[in-house]
Design a protein around this ligand. Structure first.
Ligand code: DAH
Length: 352
């Protein structure tokens, strides 16, 4: 019996050294330590042995079993390591190869400019008030002091929304951010109708006009409107605020001028020009030899508009202005065609 165990051990360990893959290893395990392996047969037969033989053979069989188990574990480890070494060899990486770069998205230039404008206005105490893009005729025109057939409506050719017959108050896409003035004033006034609170807001957003698309005009563009309403607000406050904004936006040395103008919702009204960035005021193609670039429209809120917003014009006054972030970018970066903004050409967009 002892002899037989020695043979089993020798044969088992020898055959194990020849094994180099997992399948053969699994088969070896079944053949050498499995239920019907010669070693296990010896364990099964221990009961039939004599009292003297039993402990000796039992101990020897156990020793062989332990030897098999440790040799098996060693072999398994070696096979695993060999497989790893092989895969490292076969799947070699060249760490010196340049990586494949991923295209990174970015904010649209209009969004970037919109945020710059709103950041500056926030520093100056103006809160963002977002108003709707789909408006009613009364908000967009009537309540802003455009009478039904007022010639100023020609300045703002309009996209109407099909919404059944709504008489003289059709639904339309807002042509400017100014209708937000009425909505904001009404909302603020509703908080305390007897004593409406002061307002200092910036109204950003997309506007729409039914126009021929050309290098100078698009059917959609952003505007940012500013509105301040309170007691004792004067034209001097308007000028100071706009001058401060322009310097923060275009630089400390930026020169600007106010020109009298007309808007139905402000009285008096003005337009603001900054000195041409391109020629520094000498006159060039961009400023059409005037040395100045128009950047915004503004004025003192018309008494009728204050009234429509729920603010008594005998007690309250205010100023407002409207400007275009795309226009600012065009002037700033000498972009000569507004169609680039919505043209989805990455070569244009990735410059910002
Ligand atoms: N709503 C005007 C436009 O779209 C711009 C504007 C001018 C807004 C004067 C104002 C303002 O608030 O006071 O052309």
């Amino acid at each position: 019996m002892q002899e037989k165990l020695k043979e089993i051990e020798k044969a088992g360990l020898e055959s194990l050294t020849a094994i180099t893959d997992q399948t053969a290893l699994d088969a070896w395990r079944v053949a050498n330590v499995g239920r019907s392996s010669p070693l296990m047969q010896i364990f099964a037969g221990l009961g039939k042995l004599s009292k003297e033989e039993k402990p000796v053979v039992g101990a020897e069989a156990n020793r062989v079993k332990v030897a098999f188990e440790s040799a098996f574990a060693e072999r398994a480890e070696a096979i695993k390591n060999a497989a790893l070494a092989k895969s490292l060899e076969e799947e070699k990486l060249d760490v010196t190869l340049p990586g494949r770069s991923v295209n990174i998205g970015r904010l649209h230039p209009s969004t970037q400019q919109l945020r710059r404008v709103l950041d500056i206005l926030a520093e100056m105490g103006f809160q963002v008030y977002t108003s709707r893009e789909v408006e009613t005729d009364d908000m967009n025109f009537q309540l802003l002091n455009f009478p039904p057939h007022h010639p100023a409506r020609d300045m703002q050719d309009t996209f109407f929304v099909e919404a059944g017959d709504r008489g003289d108050n059709p639904i339309l896409m807002r042509t400017h951010t100014s209708p937000g003035q009425i909505r904001a004033m009404r909302e603020y006034a509703a908080r305390d109708p007897q004593n409406p609170p002061p307002i200092r807001i910036a109204l950003p957003g997309m506007c729409f006009r039914y126009e021929q698309i050309t290098a100078r005009s698009e059917i959609q563009f952003n505007q940012v409107e500013g509105l301040a309403v309170g007691k004792n607000i004067t034209f001097a406050d308007l000028k100071g605020t706009i001058a401060d904004f322009v310097r923060r936006m275009f630089g400390e040395g930026a020169r600007l001028r106010f020109r009298a103008s007309y808007f139905p919702f402000t009285e008096p009204s003005a337009e603001v020009d900054v000195e041409c960035f391109v020629c520094g005021g000498k006159g060039c193609q961009v400023c059409k030899n005037s040395g100045w670039l128009e950047i915004l429209g503004c004025g003192m809120v018309h008494p009728v508009v204050l009234q429509n917003g729920g603010y008594d014009p005998k007690i309250y006054s205010g100023f407002a202005w409207g400007m275009g972030p795309e226009r600012q970018l065009m002037l700033r970066n000498k972009i000569n065609d507004i169609r680039y903004f919505w043209g989805n050409d990455v070569r244009f967009l990735e410059q910002f």
